[in-house]
Design a protein around this ligand. Structure first.
Ligand SMILES: Cc1ncc(COP(=O)(O)O)c(C=O)c1O
Length: 476
């Protein structure tokens, strides 16, 4: 491509992105293609023999591809865990990709690795872990949990491992269970314990399970605490768990993929008391630190364990392993080829400053509280789990099928999107409010629309039920 063509295309891309950031709130929250319609995207079956004008392709992407996804960065996207990115980090990703920096080895990307080390040091200090702690940026929380659990496994002997058992609550994210299976724990070594009424891992229940396993000749190895569950934002009693694990010689991993970033603000720090005592921790900047995908992080109290768990040498890496003072991130985790993820965190934190980040995280707490107040002001709504860590769960009536119908109806309407979950076996709706760009007016309007929608859907359900009864009667 000539420099002129590159510039023309590049400026078009930038214009598209600026429009996205500027006008997203005026657009629907996103759309989902029916699986059978995906073929209707007018994508050609094979790669074309002759190239096409990238500007034309951009027009196609703008019209058919980008709108037909859910916008996880939309100010009224409250489903799952939103990812409200920012423009500076988006540009950082463009730079990281454009310069294609390799951050798997010190030799390949020494300056980039220095920035990653610095960013990891910032995250370590936010969590108040000791200087011995270190870690790396990952694709996300799933990889971070896996790496943290490999470090836990590394801390025991093979004989202990063979008898080893791990403990977590029924509210723990599925990625933890998957990570345990991937790294070789058998299902019978995993103890999924019933959480208490607040969705927290109870120390009493944990102690009982561990005592029973010891009697059976098992070797309890590791406890996984939630630093903000995905369903309700519940935080396990990390400080008590840390004390218990220290006395019992157990590894404590905290899954803070969703919630640990809240430690940067006053309210989060109070909720996350004891986070500084864990042995390993996951924390996703692509969730509550406003970075675009993919950016997770794992921190390990004794960072030397990462090196001993993951370092593998090879003949063709001789130059890489020549100087032991050089840190190779490829020897700390599962990826050798790694992109320059740290750049987006470094550039955005430097651009906006930590005060802005703290305020933005605090806003997430406040928005969930606003939603809860609005729901309490409407008749018929029950708060199933009060606002905590930017999540609130609620239901309208006792019909377990209603939340799912409301989710579909809200997506169809396009103003706001939320998803459902189960709390203590009952279906409910859930708002995750970590996008600081959501205005109070948008939150109030979302609750109003939900209320309208719930009354309409439950009326329709009653009418539908009557019709079915009538048909059944006429058959009789
Ligand atoms: C508590 C928790 N842990 C782990 C994960 C997995 O993170 P990722 O999707 O970035 O792999 C999530 C994702 O939402 C989460 O909420």
């Amino acid at each position: 491509m000539s420099p002129e063509k590159m510039r023309r295309f590049g400026y078009q891309v930038i214009d598209l992105l600026v429009d996205h950031f500027e006008n997203l709130g005026d657009q629907p929250v996103g759309a989902k293609l029916a699986a059978k319609d995906a073929a209707g995207l007018s994508l050609e079956a094979g790669p074309p023999e002759d190239g096409r004008d990238p500007s034309e392709l951009l027009t196609y992407l703008k019209r058919d591809v980008f709108p037909n996804n859910l916008h996880v960065d939309h100010p009224r996207f409250f489903a799952f865990v939103p990812s409200p990115g920012n423009f500076v980090s988006t540009m950082a990703d463009a730079l990281a990709s454009g310069f294609n920096v390799f951050v798997g080895t010190w030799l390949g990307g020494s300056a980039a690795a220095s920035i990653e080390l610095l960013v990891i040091e910032w995250l370590r200090r936010f969590c108040r872990l000791p200087e011995s702690a270190g870690g790396l940026l990952t694709s996300g929380g799933s990889a971070a949990n896996l790496i943290g659990l490999v470090a836990a496994r590394q801390s025991v002997s093979p004989a202990e491992l063979a008898r080893g058992t791990v403990y977590f609550s029924d509210q723990t994210h599925s990625s933890v269970e998957r990570a345990l299976l991937v790294i070789g724990f058998l299902p019978e070594q995993c103890r999924k314990l019933a959480s208490d009424a607040g969705g927290r891992l109870s120390l009493g229940v944990l102690r009982q399970a561990i005592d029973a396993d010891r009697v059976d000749g098992r070797r309890p190895l590791c406890v996984i605490a939630n630093a903000g569950t995905t369903s309700t934002g519940a935080v396990d009693p990390i400080d008590d768990l840390a004390e218990f694990c220290r006395n019992e010689k157990l590894w404590l991993h905290a899954d803070g993929a969703y919630g640990a970033a809240a430690v940067i603000c006053e309210r989060g720090r109070e909720k996350l008391c004891g986070l500084d005592r864990v042995d390993s921790l996951s924390l996703d900047p692509h969730k509550w630190l406003f970075q675009p995908f993919e950016c997770g992080c794992v921190l390990v109290r004794d960072r030397a364990l990462l090196h001993s768990a993951f370092r593998v040498t090879a003949d063709y890496l001789r130059e890489v392993h020549r100087d032991s003072a050089e840190l190779n991130f490829g020897d700390q985790g599962i990826q050798l080829t790694r992109s320059f993820r740290a750049l987006k965190l470094w550039l955005s934190i430097n651009t906006f400053g930590m005060a802005a980040f703290r305020e933005a995280v605090t806003r997430g707490f406040e928005l969930a509280e606003l939603a809860e107040r609005e729901l309490r002001n409407q008749s018929g709504w029950e708060i199933v789990s009060p606002a905590q860590m930017g999540v609130v769960c609620f239901r309208f009536g006792a019909d377990d099928a209603l939340p799912g119908r409301l989710v579909d109806a809200m997506l169809h309407e396009g103003y706001a999107f939320l998803t459902s979950t189960k709390v203590k076996g009952a279906s409910c709706l859930r708002l995750c409010t970590i996008n600081p760009r959501t205005t109070d007016a948008e939150m109030i309007e979302t609750v109003k629309r939900l209320d309208d929608c719930a009354r309409r859907c439950s009326r329709d359900a009653v009418n539908g039920a009557k019709r079915v009864t009538f048909r059944a009667d006429s058959v009789v």
